[in-house]
Ligand binder design. Structure first.
Ligand code: EPZ
Length: 456
């Protein structure tokens, strides 16, 4: 139950490198279940989510051998195992992406149905519909999705849902179709770079996938898949988060391995408000290059609407909201992927943010001032927005439950401290009584009196 204590006001400056992508690593690791030979991954971020995926794969007879920081090899040693238990799945929804590979390779998969999520309903109906279209028999049994099929058969699958395409749904169906008999066409497939990275791995293992990165993906099934050695692409959400951290402190930061070409929608909005993301060398690969982040003193407001890739990513919405609190004027943020994804609004409001929500839209009345306060992390990106707010707030902010952050950011406090932030991780259970008091007793926090009573 670690927490961060942040003293705001330091301008960030220095140089960092973007880690490998969490959201690419998870379906990539699951795809190793399809292989008859070992698969090696490089630049895998050392996060609780990737550790959980390795643990889940281990329980499915797919062992991980470390080859040094961010490098490990997965080998299938016991292919009789097909059950992904609730205990692991409940800690990480992305466990669902073992469903397709297990079913295609081992003809049976029992995966606990993922439960609720901090930002609302997250059904997996599209995953199931896609696998049923390939001939799988699917039933729900004791909270488990149980899928069986002798051999999947290629088919045309429409994967579009009420909020557009599904990323992990595309990963599941595309992975499963690699070992199906005949051709599969996925229409309304997700176009995210993480899906392209997965297709690149599967093709390196011997699959026949074309069109990844476009809404129509074609997979010609093969009888078996071999091994591969695959570097994971940089994490565009982590890179964007640090770019916004630089901007919110009016800092000057250089970021290496920045996936510029995968963040054009974010760069577009940043340029509009007065934040500059300048490539340092035009000869570098634009999907993994060096950029310099600087920003005008006065930020302009803007309109942000989250959309499936290549639109503005929902995973940067919360961080952008924190930044726009410092714009001069009203901004409008509309969340079109997860309409309830606003756990950060109440916490930012505790820091003095002027936020007015109507359904999936929040008006951000930029007033250029936040004040430090004890706040609670709720989900990965909401937590990141509270950290950014704390960096720019007056006074001290305590962000509790940062285990949410550790799911997607490798030692964030160290990265930010290396750029000059005044931030520390501590365990409230181990510190002296006074700090413990900082943890907000739920009811009291709401009463005006308690605020006035607080020191500092
Ligand atoms: C992936 O989740 C990411 N997670 C999420 O990042 C990200 O927010 C999301 O894609 C959207 O970009 C990983 O890659 C591990 P979806 P995923 O299926 O695949 C609805 C983070 O912060 N839907 O593309 O689970 C769904 O409810 C995480 O790193 C259905 O209706 O998201 C949502 O409204 C959070 N039925 C929309 O589609 C389905 O069967 C998009 O969800 C599946 C999804």
């Amino acid at each position: 139950m670690d927490a961060f204590i942040i003293k705001g006001g330091s301008r960030l400056s220095g140089r960092i490198t973007a880690d490998g992508s969490k959201n690419a690593s998870l379906p990539l690791m699951a795809a190793a279940l399809l292989a008859d030979e070992p698969v090696t991954f490089r630049r895998v971020p050392e996060l609780s989510d990737t550790a959980n995926m390795a643990r889940l794969l281990g329980e499915l007879g797919c062992d991980a051998k470390s080859g040094g920081p961010g490098v490990f090899t997965l080998s299938n040693v016991d292919t009789s195992l097909t059950h992904a238990r609730y205990d692991i799945v409940r800690t990480m929804r992305a466990s669902i992406c073992v469903l397709g590979p297990l079913l295609a390779k081992r003809k049976r998969a029992a995966v606990s149905m993922p439960g609720g999520c901090a930002f609302g309903a997250r059904p997996v109906d599209l995953h199931l519909r896609g696998l049923e279209a390939l001939g799988a028999k699917i039933e729900l049994n004791g909270g488990d999705i149980v899928a069986t099929a002798d051999r999947l058969k290629g088919a045309t699958v429409f994967l579009g849902g009420p909020f557009g395409s599904t990323v992990l749904g595309t990963a599941n169906v595309m992975s499963a179709a690699t070992l199906a008999e005949g051709r599969t066409i996925i229409e309304s497939a997700a176009c995210e770079p993480e899906i392209v990275d997965l297709a690149n791995l599967l093709n390196a293992m011997g699959a026949k996938i074309t069109g990844a990165g476009s809404p129509r993906v074609t997979i010609d099934g093969v009888d078996q898949l071999g091994g591969a050695d695959h570097p994971v692409l940089p994490d565009r959400i982590v890179a964007a988060t640090y770019a916004l951290a630089a901007a919110i402190t009016n800092g000057e930061v250089i970021i290496d391995d920045f996936p510029y070409d995968y963040l054009l929608a974010v760069v577009d909005r940043l340029n509009l408000i007065g934040v500059h993301v300048d490539r340092q060398d035009e000869n570098q690969d634009p999907t993994c290059c060096t950029v310099k982040i600087t920003c005008d003193r006065r930020l302009k407001p803007t309109i942000v609407t989250t959309q499936p890739y290549p639109g503005f990513p929902t995973d940067v919405q919360a961080q952008m909201m924190a930044l726009l609190c410092f714009a001069e004027g009203n901004s409008i943020i509309t969340e079109k992927i997860f309409p309830e994804r606003f756990m950060h609004v109440a916490e930012l409001t505790r820091m003095g943010a002027q936020l007015f929500r109507q359904g999936p839209t929040v008006v951000v009345q930029g007033n250029g001032r936040l004040v430090g306060a004890p706040v609670m992390a709720s989900d990965l990106r909401a937590s990141a927005s509270l950290i950014l707010a704390g960096l720019a707030a007056e006074g001290e902010t305590i962000v509790s439950r940062v285990y949410h952050l550790d799911r997607g950011y490798v030692q964030m406090e160290r990265v930010l401290a290396s750029l000059g932030a005044n931030i520390e991780r501590f365990n409230p259970d181990e510190v002296a009584e006074p700090l413990k008091k900082a943890e907000p007793p739920l009811v009291e926090t709401v009463k005006p009196k308690s605020l006035a009573g607080k020191p500092g």
